[in-house]
Every structure is written in C-alpha cells, then in structure tokens.
Ligand binder design. Structure first.
Ligand SMILES: *Cc1c(COP(=O)(O)O)cnc(C)c1O
Length: 398
C-alpha cells in the first residue's frame, strides 16, 4: 500500500469492503450481539475488557463497534501509529489518557498555553493528578519519579505558538509525551514520528470538518492503546457509531480542506497585518508566533487558524463579532466554514485572568478559524466588520 496521505485518506479503514461487497461503510447501530456459543462469548468478553482492539464477538457496543473500529483504523494510518482509540469528545479522550496514566504516577507536566478546558481539567485536579505548569525548557529539571505524562499542544490554542516536539520528547526521557495536534491535523504534522507517545485530536474540529460531529481520538502504540480501551469500556465515553460514520466520511477530503483553508488563512493574515485597526497578528505563516521557525522543522504548513488583536480592545472585538455576516461568530474551529470567536470571553474563559494575560489572551484578541470559502469573500466580510468596529469606536479607517 501507498504511504501518500491523499490516497490513504480516501481508502483507509475500508479494507473489508470488498469482502462485505459494499462501497460505503456499513453503519452498525447494534447495542448488543447474539452470543450463540458461550465459550466463544466469554473469551471475546475477556479480550475486549482487557483492551484488545477486536474479538470474535463484539458482545456489547460499549466494548466494541465495527463502524467505530474502521474510523479508528483510518486515523491510525493517517497518524502513522499502530492504533487509535476514539471517544465521545476530545475532552473524553484526554480524560481517558489521564486515567490510564494514573497507574504510573500522579504528577503531570504541562506546557501552557493549551485549550481552555484542557487547562481547566488539569488545573482543577478533577482527575486526581497534580498538574505542574511550566515552560518547555524546564521539563528535564522538573521531571520526577512519579511523573506519568508530559502534555503539550502545538500549535497552541489560541495564540498559535509552537512547541519543539523532539526537544520535549528528549527532555521527558522515559516519560511519555502527549501532543494535542488538533490545530495541525495529520495533514500538517505527525507527532508520533517525532517521538510523541500519544497524539490527541479533538476530531470535532478539522477531522470531522463539517461542524456536525463531537469526537476525540488518541493515536498511539498498541501497547498504550489497550489501557485506553479498558478505560473506555469501564467509563463509557464512547464515540457513537453515527458520529464515527460521519467522521470517517469526512476524512477523504481532509487534505483538500486543510490545504485550501491554509491558502485562505495566509492571505487573510497578511491583510490583517496591514490593517490599521489591527495591532497584532498571530499566524505561524507570518513568523509572528512563539518558535515560528519550527513550522519548517516539524510541520508541512502553518495551518488555518489566525489570532489577531484589535487596537481598540474588547469593544472593537465585540463589535467585529456582531458585524460579521458571512463568517459565523462561534466557538469551535476546523469546519469548512469560517468561524470567529473571542478567546478571553469564550473558549479560555475558564482560565484564570492572570494566566490568560500571561499567555497573550488579551481582551482585544479574536481567533479566526478560516474555512474553504473564496478568500476574497472572506476578506470582504472581515474588512467591513473591521470598518464597522472602527466607526462604532468613533474613528474611521482611511
Ligand atoms: C476543542 C479542543 C479540545 C476539546 O475537544 P472537544 O471535542 O470539544 O471535547 C481539545 N484540544 C483542542 C486543541 C481543541 O481545540
């Protein structure tokens, strides 16, 4: 089989189609499966509870579902890992990793910034882990015998700073590293190839890509996937087969979507940087984010997310959100359509104010998830919204 992304994206997770004589993935909604042979049923049950990827009989849909398994197989291929375990959301996926790692220690090292709810989950101690927040450069010295995991997000939400994956893996030593690669997608970055043990995606975003699926996946080695499946079977944070079907359906166009959105983002970022109402633009493709030089080292492109700060602060940001017509003012990202949102007021609201500011999340910051519309239509909408904001603020853009 090929190792070219576009072809894998179209064909992965479809290996049994010829045998099944189907052209689209069968959607299996069964909650339970007949056990005609009890010996076989018992063996299947034991295997699945122990975290095996499949068994002769799926037994019960909390243990295994063939539609979900096909989607997992496809995503493992795209990340270049042995396995993938899918959950009902990105947060459920992160929680499962934390629960699985607790057997190895109760201390985790976390590099900020990261997605607001991930930050909140870790900082709140809800999972019974002591989270220590630090800079990537401090990992080697702060690592302890009971450190069970190192967590990074790159590009990071919302200011798009990059973290050197290989350097973090080296500093972590024996401790496995989890990379939240949601913003990059496997089109632009494969953290496992750089030594990351766990690659996490909120599949709600680019992987689903159409704003109609909440899902999370962890791509990793089979030995690490087994405890994750055991946690999933015990806690029930399942991906519904219909959601898995939709996720699988979006994968063939993943590369097309990401590449087009990225071309649009580069253009919008440049125009925003030249706009008088904008004081600062964060975009890896402009070199204006932390460690921007890593784009050419560990990524295949700068992605489709932009953050920008308005000269007139919060009022101007609120006014832009009100004035956009084509773009949707909404949280989330990675959809075919463009979304714009206010991190301090929405996605990162659960992060303490001081931690927000320390990580560049200012009152005038907006985050743009660029879609695949025509770039000129997007710019026209953004330009009129910026002009409206400026008028509301009592000044006119020349
Ligand atoms: C959205 C998001 C999450 C959480 O995923 P859900 O699917 O919303 O639970 C985690 N990390 C990043 C970077 C995200 O953007």
């Amino acid at each position: 089989m090929t190792d070219r992304f576009e072809t894998i994206a179209v064909h992965a997770g479809r290996d049994d189609f010829r045998q099944l004589r189907v052209h689209a993935p069968p959607l299996d909604l069964s909650t339970t499966y007949p056990v005609d042979d009890l010996d076989n049923g018992t063996a299947s049950f034991d295997a699945l509870v122990a975290g095996q990827a499949s068994a002769d009989n799926p037994i019960y849909a909390r243990l295994h579902n063939p539609t979900v398994a096909r989607t997992e197989a496809a995503l493992a291929r795209l990340e270049g890992t042995e396995a993938c375990v899918a959950y009902g959301s990105g947060m459920a996926a992160l929680t499962a990793v934390l629960m699985a790692r607790r057997q190895h220690g109760s201390h985790v090292l976390v590099v900020r910034p990261l997605y607001g709810t991930s930050d909140h989950l870790l900082a709140s101690g809800l999972c019974g882990l002591e989270a220590e927040f630090l800079d990537a450069g401090q990992i080697a010295e702060r690592r302890r015998a009971d450190t069970a995991l190192v967590i990074i997000e790159t590009p990071a939400n919302p200011t798009l700073g990059l973290v050197d994956i290989q350097a973090v893996v080296a500093a972590a030593g024996e401790v496995p590293v989890l990379v939240d690669s949601t913003f990059a997608t496997p089109v632009l970055q494969n953290p496992a190839q750089l030594g990351a043990a766990y690659v996490l995606h909120s599949a709600t975003k680019f992987l689903g890509g159409h704003g109609d699926v909440i899902a999370g996946v962890v791509c990793c080695a089979e030995s690490l996937a087994q405890p994750l499946r055991t946690v999933r079977a015990a806690t029930g944070a399942l991906l519904h087969p219909l959601a898995a079907y939709l996720l699988h359906r979006g994968l063939p166009t993943l590369a097309l979507r990401v590449e087009r959105a990225q071309v649009n983002a580069q253009l919008l970022a440049q125009r925003l940087a030249d706009h008088p109402a904008v004081s600062r633009v964060f975009y890896p493709g402009l070199g204006t984010v932390r460690n921007a030089d890593l784009v050419s080292v560990q990524m295949r492109g700068p992605g489709a997310l932009i953050a920008f700060e308005l000269v007139d602060g919060y009022q101007a940001a609120a006014s832009v959100m009100r004035a956009v017509r084509l773009m949707t003012p909404a949280v989330s990202l990675g959809s075919v359509d463009t979304l714009i949102q206010h991190p301090a007021g929405l996605t990162h609201r659960v992060v303490a104010a001081a931690d927000q500011l320390a990580n560049g999340i200012t009152p005038g910051l907006l985050r743009l998830s660029v879609g695949i519309e025509h770039a000129e239509d997007l710019w026209q909408d953004l330009a009129q919204a910026l002009a409206a904001a400026n008028e509301a603020g009592g000044r006119r853009v020349a």
